[in-house]
Design a protein around this ligand. Structure first.
Ligand code: NAD
Ligand code: GLY
Length: 366
């Protein structure tokens, strides 16, 4: 029997902007993967100089059956290129090739390519259709789903962007086989995230299957991607534009974004910063009397086993606080944290600066 998982589907229910997430092996080449997408004369694959050589030709061949012209735009790889200058390369290519407002964009890559392609699709001629083809674990379980698109500004991460939903998300699990191990760990941070905020049974499953996930067992990956997407779909379907519950998906991100901005984007991977940020947020939850020490220890051990940092960089409490004040959840300068109020459930609330500083001192390198 083949170990390639069957095709799984998760639906994002957003009225006339609803779409499916397809999860399985060998999806890139299957014509049925691309059936029923909006009709157009041209498709543009947006990728980067790492992922493009691995998968762009295969995707272009598959799309050639549906679109008479298939162009490929290759961006420089890396979080440090998630900026205006790189975004403009997409617009240069679209305008240079005379792309019209029916042109469909395909984001082939990790979260950086996905966020930038989505933002370009939202802006080009005031909006063209796009499809997410995530090739990192992080992008398959989180960034490709839910319609957040953005670029960074030197002052803050993902500060310039739009909510703009894709027409489809295609998670070909086979693409994860070429991912560097450090990127696998970064993706696991976002998988683990769903446990304490929404589903402790899933956290137990991750604990039991972490070795299989690290070894990229196809069945384990299929379950992790599917359950993560189900939880994200459940949250996003209730609160597309983050007026309320969607903020819980940012567990660990307030501390994490401060680490990324404080060190300079790209120094730590986003998932690494989120993993460590979740440990810090768990400590803050404990200091506020919401969870006990046993929960924090167990959670920290899991983050460590996933190959993620559990000790923050020594930036100093003031630097952390400075960056956290420009976090998108902050209101009138008051920092909001996603905290675990009991295992499997999260809340968003402020915390006294003194307490936050103590957590930073306790959780960061001496
Ligand atoms: P990434 O896009 O930088 O990809 C990581 C690295 O893996 C890159 O070097 C990339 O070229 C390479 N790569 C990608 N697929 C590969 C493959 N199959 N084989 C070999 N190499 C491959 O990083 P990421 O972790 O995927 O995404 C992080 C970004 O996602 C951040 O910018 C973050 O802000 C964003 N994000 C967005 C959301 C959202 O809701 N929109 C959610 C979480 C994170
Ligand atoms: N990654 C957080 C969100 O999509 O809301």
């Amino acid at each position: 029997m083949s170990d390639i998982p069957h095709l799984e589907r998760v639906a994002i229910d957003l009225g006339d902007r609803s779409y499916p997430i397809l999860i399985g092996g060998q999806l890139l080449d299957a014509p049925s993967t691309w059936a029923d997408l909006p009709k157009a004369s041209a498709a543009f694959i947006v990728t980067n100089d790492t992922v493009g050589p691995l998968y762009a030709q295969r995707l272009a061949a598959a799309l050639a059956g549906r679109y008479s012209q298939v162009h490929t735009v290759v961006l420089p790889d890396g979080e440090s290129h998630k900026d205006w200058q790189t975004l403009n390369l997409i617009f240069d290519a679209l305008l240079g090739q005379g792309a019209d407002r029916k042109t469909v964009l395909f984001a082939l890559g990790g979260g950086v390519v996905g966020d930038m392609t989505g933002f370009a699709a939202a802006c080009y001629m005031r909006g063209v259709p796009f499809v997410q083809v995530p090739t990192t674990l992080l992008a398959q379980v989180d960034s490709s789903v839910g319609g957040k698109t953005a670029i960074n500004h030197p002052i803050g991460k993902n500060m310039i962007g739009a909510f703009y939903q894709p027409h489809r998300v295609v998670c070909d699990l086979d693409t994860l086989q070429t991912l560097p191990q450090r990127e696998m760990s970064a993706g696991l941070a976002e998988v683990i995230k769903y446990g304490p905020i929404a589903d402790m049974a899933f956290l137990d499953w991750i604990d039991d299957h972490l070795d299989a996930l690290m070894a990229r067992d196809p069945q384990a990956l299929a379950h992790a991607v599917k359950r993560s997407c189900e939880i994200k779909a459940w949250v996003v379907s209730q609160d597309e534009r983050e007026g309320g519950i969607r903020a819980i998906l940012n567990f660990g991100h307030t501390f994490g974004h401060a680490i990324e901005a404080g060190l300079g984007f790209g120094e730590w991977l986003h998932g690494e910063a989120v993993g460590c940020g979740m440990v810090m947020a768990s400590h803050l939850s404990q200091r506020l009397g919401l969870v006990d020490e046993a929960f924090v220890s167990r959670f920290t051990a899991l983050i460590d086993r996933a190959g993620l940092p559990t000790v923050g960089p020594k930036l100093g409490a003031e630097v952390y606080l400075h960056h956290m004040r420009v976090d998108k959840k902050a209101e009138a300068g008051e920092i909001k944290f996603v905290l675990i109020d009991k295992p499997g459930s999260a809340i968003v609330r402020g915390a006294p600066d003194g307490l936050v500083s103590q957590v930073i001192d306790d959780c960061c390198a001496a």
